[in-house]
Structures are given as C-alpha cells and as structure tokens.
Design a protein around this ligand. Structure first.
Ligand code: PEP
Ligand code: MN
Length: 338
C-alpha cells in the first residue's frame, strides 16, 4: 500500500503515521518528494484493510493499493525516475552512462590500459570481473582479491568508479571494500540469499536479467534488494535464451520500454553478452540507446586476442572509440547527458 501524505503534513504527522504502520507489522519505505511525502508499506496482504483506514488520519491524503507484486520497484510507489549514484557517476533520469572494461581482471597493466581507454573516450564506470561465474569449473575463475585490488587501483588512477560481480554471499563483505557498485550476474538473478545480502550493503547494485527470467521475475529480484533497504538498484538487460543460435543470446530490447513503464529504476543494456561477437555489439548498443536505455555496459579489452574470458565479444580500444562517438551523437537526439 502507498500512503500519500498531504502537502501540508508536518513531520510529527508523518512520524505518527509511520508508528501506526509499524504497529500493524508492516515495513516502511519513505519517499520524500519535493512537495509531499509518500510512505510505502510492505507486508502481509491480509492487513490491507487496516492500512486503508489510515485515510481517516489527519495528514493523510489517500491510501493507494499497489497491485504489482513488486511493490517498491513499481512506478505506482514512485512516479519519478530514480537516479543511482555510483561514487560520482549518475545512472538514470536524463543520464546516458557508459560502463566499459574487460570481462575479467587479468593484470594491473591490463586494467590500467583499459581504464585509460574508458576514461579517454567518455566512459563513466570501469568494469572487470574478479570472481567469474564460469559454465565450466575448469575455466579461469578470476583473480579474486588480487583482481579486486587491480580494479580499484586502476579506477582510482583514472577517477572512474568501478563495478564488479559478487558470485557468492560470503564474498560480499570483501567486494564491498573495493567496489563502488556490486554486480549480480545472469546466473545469480534468482540467488535470493545473495540478493538479500546485497540488499543490506551500502553500495549500489547492478542486477542482470537471468537468461530465462521474465521481466516480472527480474523486477521481483530487484524487490528482494529494495525490501532489505537498499534503494540503489540498476536493472540490466543482457539477452535471454531462445531457440536462436546465431548469437550467444537474444537481446530483448523490448524489455526497455516495458521496464521503463513498470518501474522507476534505471535500465541499462549489455549487448556484449547478448551477441557474443564484438562485430554485432555497436549496432545493438546504439539500438538500446535509441530504445530509451539509461546506459550501456560493453566489454572492451586492450588486446582481446589475449583475453582469458570473452575475448571474442570484446571491443578493441579503436572500435570502442568509434562507438562512443556515435553514442554521443545519439545522446543529443535522446536529450540525455553523458
Ligand atoms: C559479465 O558481465 O561478465 C557476465 C558474466 O555477464 P552475465 O552474468 O550477463 O553472463
Ligand atoms: Mn564476460
């Protein structure tokens, strides 16, 4: 339920409504707008009649049910677009943010070189995996803490916030020490223990769509993080599994307008993992921007032929530069800041 306070409601009135909601056993999330405060009450559906009665309290304007199962992620609970702040870089609501870097962290040199290219061409966040969720247990699994150190050092050297994946809830504390944003990979979208853990972290979360997750399931995964108190969530479409084999996955660009309607959370697109081949990445990155994405995440490696992971889908610095020039032109048309 959403409890919309009157514009004139004093802080005392807001606090007294919050107490009443807590007494009924509901968790609350307070959204303070420019003109009025809105309280989202989340909990057992059976108590909703009691919440509805709050309409009679002074200071309350109206009580509106949120019909979507994802209460906090829903546009009903927050009409305005959210902005996620990643240590100085903004994602959402009028920004077009480019996240780039290699699939995995391999050495300090590789990260320094990547960071230099990302920064030089206008990327705003550096990526690189230190814990890799590989399909085969025999593939490179990542440099772990050593990798986190290289990533953080390269980010610092070039003034770029960094994002990296957390594969296991027990690594969350360690990753939080080095990363500015925590990534949940496609293979972990419904790892609810991990989502709850990151919901308690004080860092933004980049949540990827699972290969077989519906849009609603993705939003429910976001809800796990939001309901633990972490409101800084970015959604990422990265392709879903279909019968098509010509590309690694099928990039579901139709998810962008649908998500934009259903949620206030920023939506970005990762065309690298969807296409699986660097040649197709620029077209789909531009299509994502044109469809209204708040940003893109692409894999870029200084020497893709030497990459330990996903080299075939990684852009070389030169093609990354070309893509950035085209995206900058598109950003003007889309009226977004880069
Ligand atoms: C990644 O971003 O490196 C990654 C593993 O992506 P996904 O989880 O989308 O496969
Ligand atoms: Mn990858």
């Amino acid at each position: 339920m959403i409890i919309v306070m009157k514009e004139t409601a004093s802080e005392d009135k807001i606090q007294s409504v919050l107490h009443k909601i807590h007494d009924l056993g509901y968790k609350t999330s307070v959204i303070r707008g420019v003109n009025r405060t809105v309280i989202a009450a989340v909990g057992d559906e059976r108590g909703k009649f009691m919440l509805q009665q709050m309409e009679t309290l002074s200071g309350v304007d109206r009580v509106v049910p949120v019909l979507d199962p994802y209460k906090l992620a829903s546009r009903t609970s927050q009409v305005e677009n959210s902005i996620v702040h990643v240590n100085g870089s903004c994602v959402g609501d009028g920004w077009l943010t480019v996240i780039a870097g290699p699939c995995s962290v391999e050495s300090l040199d590789q990260m320094m070189e990547s960071a230099r290219v990302v920064k030089e061409h206008g990327g705003k966040i550096l990526r690189g995996g230190a814990f890799k969720p590989r399909t085969s247990p025999y593939s490179f699994q990542g440099l772990e803490e050593e990798g986190l150190k290289y990533l953080a050092e390269a980010g610092k050297a070039y003034g770029l916030p960094v994002v990296t994946e957390v594969v296991n809830p027990r690594d969350a504390e360690l990753v939080v020490k080095y990363a500015d944003m925590l990534q949940v990979g496609a293979r972990n979208t419904q790892n609810f223990a991990l989502l709850k853990e990151l919901g308690q972290a004080n860092k933004p979360v980049l949540l990827k769509r699972g290969m077989s997750s519906t849009i609603e399931e993705l939003l429910m995964s976001a809800e796990y993080i939001l309901s633990e108190g972490n409101s800084q969530v970015i959604l990422c479409e990265r392709g879903i599994r279909t019968f098509e084999k010509a590309t690694r996955s099928t990039l579901d660009l139709s998810a962008i307008p649908v998500l934009k309607e259903k949620t206030h959370l920023p939506v970005i697109v990762d065309p690298s993992h969807a296409m699986g081949n660097w040649k197709y990445v620029p077209s789909m990155a531009k299509a994502a921007v044109a469809a209204g994405a708040d940003g893109i995440m692409v894999e870029m490696h200084p020497r893709p032929e030497e990459a330990l992971c996903d080299g075939e889908q990684s852009l070389k610095p030169k093609s990354f530069q070309g893509l950035m020039e085209e995206i900058r032109q598109l950003s003007v048309l889309m009226e977004k800041r880069m």
